[in-house]
Design a protein around this ligand. Structure first.
Ligand SMILES: Cc1cc2nc3c(=O)[nH]c(=O)nc-3n(C[C@H](O)[C@H](O)[C@H](O)COP(=O)(O)OP(=O)(O)OC[C@H]3O[C@@H](n4cnc5c(N)ncnc54)[C@H](O)[C@@H]3O)c2cc1C
Length: 592
């Protein structure tokens, strides 16, 4: 049974992601620590008491297409309505349209809880929030007036429609066709695949944001436009009109997230008795659709990163609970009679601590990324610094956390032994659900390319250099703290930061000399190296903050464990980046 780690979440927000300081300085409006704690604790209650109990059923039943309608698992429609009634959908949305205008950090923290309780369910608001953001940033005043308030309340849900059979990572290859009409609207014809929560009956209407190409558009990514396509047309008085020609043709059978309807959407096939072609409104300018999508990319990628954290948290809780109960063998040095709880075996404890360190580390990275996004909007004096930080942290938050989600869920199964492989413990579902997160919203391989070719080179590498200097300050503070509990943390962290620095400079130099393929061969190990250094740095920051909540000793002990058990990997990763490329090229023959 998942119990939201409300105190740990609040601690990480306040002392690792800087929310405490931001609240003190008034950067977060009138948000106070008390209000923050109250919101987190109510979210935790809802996630644990109301959402999680329906997760297993959601997995077993899955979403189904019945007589042209998408049927959600039992109880999910009511769950959705109860959830929106709590106002959760509009936490960060603009107040002008009924949102609460709260910081993104808070939303990411609550998203973690929804996704821990049920990732398949958590996807619904994730997509709606993405649609709200895109529409708010790029929609005309008329579109905003007509659609935003209902999307923000959650009465209507939203979707993002990019992928087509021939256009996945390469969105520029998409073929969905848009035609202009004299009345200023457009008609869309084509097919989208893998559309999350593409159709369902829980919301009264669904607002699809769809990428399509006009007949005279330039080729590739510069010829893509963004359109708004409502499931039901909306009359001027806000009431719902005719059904639009955008239908779920089929639902995918998937490895996980069974409760989330993943739809193939078709428009313009004339099979549903509607006017042919989906009636659509342009969002932003013609041929600027991808740029519109990019403005919300940081948030959307972070929202997927937090899914990794969420799964890792749920898997860790489950594994620790099982390891306390399950008895097998006798742990070394035990004096008690009978078999020992498996948590007492050093190998199991190491596994559990690795899970915990990766969970807390990736949480800290995601929250720090959310902090940077918030500050880039709220801290005018340092806006550029925060924009660069958000840009840099986004691919790491997305990829490191979703990889951690998969790794931790897999370790969780291992801790359960054979029972982990049996569905009834729920450990298997977590791994099945986790596996999509490194794939969608830009695969982790694409994130690594983004990190190396776009983010590392920000300000000619100076932003990363400045960040590395900040991380060194944390390591130095650990050294100066003279706290025995940190053990070898300071020298280990300093060595890992040196690995990061050396590898970053190597990648910058390779790109400067035009050896891009060489740099890209090491992109994924570099991404992990960065994530591991951040994990240890942020665990140390948390340990140093010791908020007097009685958990300080535990935090320092976990930080030491991570530094002395996980950080040695950075030297190997650095070696893979700087020495691996030529053997990779040479070994292509082995793939022939
Ligand atoms: C359950 C589910 C839900 C989804 N929800 C949505 C949604 O709501 N809306 C939506 O639009 N899409 C959605 N998607 C689609 C998802 O975003 C894509 O699957 C993803 O972007 C990868 O595209 P692809 O599947 O075509 O893989 P490909 O692009 O074919 O990639 C295959 C492999 O090649 C690698 N690769 C591809 N190009 C490059 C390159 N240039 N350099 C290096 N490596 C490369 C990738 O990293 C990957 O490992 C969903 C998918 C699934 C399975």
């Amino acid at each position: 049974m998942y119990k939201a780690p409300v105190e740990e979440i609040a601690f990480t927000l306040k002392y690792v992601a800087g929310m405490d300081r931001a609240m003190e300085e008034g950067i977060l409006g009138d948000l106070s620590a008390d209000v923050l704690d109250a919101i987190l604790s109510e979210a935790g209650r809802f996630a644990g008491d109301e959402m999680e109990p329906l997760a297993e059923n959601g997995d077993r039943q899955g979403a189904k297409l019945v007589d042209g309608k998408v049927v959600l698992p039992d109880g999910w429609e009511k769950l959705y309505r109860d959830w929106i009634a709590g106002g959760w959908n509009g936490l960060t949305a603009p107040e002008e349209f009924g949102g609460q205008g709260l910081p993104h950090m808070l939303n990411i923290a609550t998203l973690e809880m929804w996704n821990s309780a049920s990732m398949a369910f958590g996807l619904a608001p994730t997509l709606t929030m993405g649609a709200v953001e895109a529409l708010n940033a790029h929609g005309s005043d008329d579109l905003k007036k007509k659609y935003l308030a209902k999307l923000i309340s959650g009465e209507w849900s939203g979707t993002m429609n990019l992928t087509e059979p021939h256009a996945g990572s390469d969105v520029g290859a998409l073929r969905t066709r848009a035609e202009r009409r004299d009345d200023g609207t457009y008609r869309l014809f084509g097919q989208k695949i893998f559309i999350t929560w593409g159709d369902h009956e829980a919301a009264e209407n669904i607002i699809h944001l769809v990428l399509a190409r006009l007949p005279d558009a330039p080729a590739g990514t510069r010829g893509i436009s963004l359109f708004l396509v409502p499931k039901f047309l909306v009359n001027d008085d806000g009431s719902l009109g005719a059904r639009n020609d955008y239908f779920a043709h089929s639902l995918e059978h998937k490895l996980g997230i069974h409760g989330s309807p993943t739809c193939t959407m078709i428009c313009g096939d004339g099979k549903h008795g509607t006017e042919k072609g989906a009636i659509a409104w342009l969002v932003g300018e013609e041929n600027k659709g991808l740029a519109c999508m990019f403005t919300m990319m940081n948030n959307a990628r972070l929202a997927v990163g937090i899914q990794g954290v969420a799964i890792a948290e749920a898997a860790t809780q489950k594994a620790i609970a099982y390891a306390r109960e399950r008895t097998q063998g006798r742990a070394p040095g035990t004096t008690a009679a009978g078999m020992s709880p498996i948590i007492e075996h050093p190998d199991v404890a190491r596994t559990l601590l690795t899970m915990k360190a990766l969970t807390q580390g990736s949480r800290a990275i995601c929250y720090a990324c959310a902090e940077a996004i918030d500050m880039s909007h709220r801290d005018a004096q340092k806006a550029k610094y925060w924009q660069e930080r958000a840009a840099l942290l986004t691919p790491i938050a997305k990829s490191f956390s979703t990889d951690a989600g998969v790794d931790v869920a897999s370790l969780g199964i291992q801790v359960h032994g054979g029972m982990g492989f049996i569905e009834e413990t729920g450990a298997a579902r977590l791994l099945r659900d986790a596996r999509i997160a490194p794939i969608y919203e830009g695969t982790n391989g694409i994130q690594a390319i983004d990190l190396v070719t776009r983010k590392l080179i920000i300000a000619n590498g100076d932003h990363v250099r400045g960040f590395i200097a900040e991380l060194r300050e944390i390591a130095d503070a650990v050294a100066k703290s003279n706290l025995d509990g940190f053990g070898e943390t300071a020298p280990r962290l300093q060595a890992a930061i040196a690995d990061l620095e050396k590898t970053s400079e190597w990648l910058l130099a390779k790109q400067a000399e035009g050896a891009v393929a060489e740099a890209l061969a090491g992109a994924t190990p570099y991404q992990r190296l960065f994530g591991l250094v951040l994990t240890s740095s942020y665990l140390a920051k948390g340990g140093l903050a010791n908020a007097g909540d009685g958990e300080g000793g535990k935090r320092i002990a976990l930080c030491r464990f991570a530094a002395e058990n996980l950080l040695a990997e950075t030297a190997a990763l650095s070696d893979r980046v700087t020495s691996g490329a030529s053997s990779l090229e040479a070994a292509r023959v082995a793939l022939a």
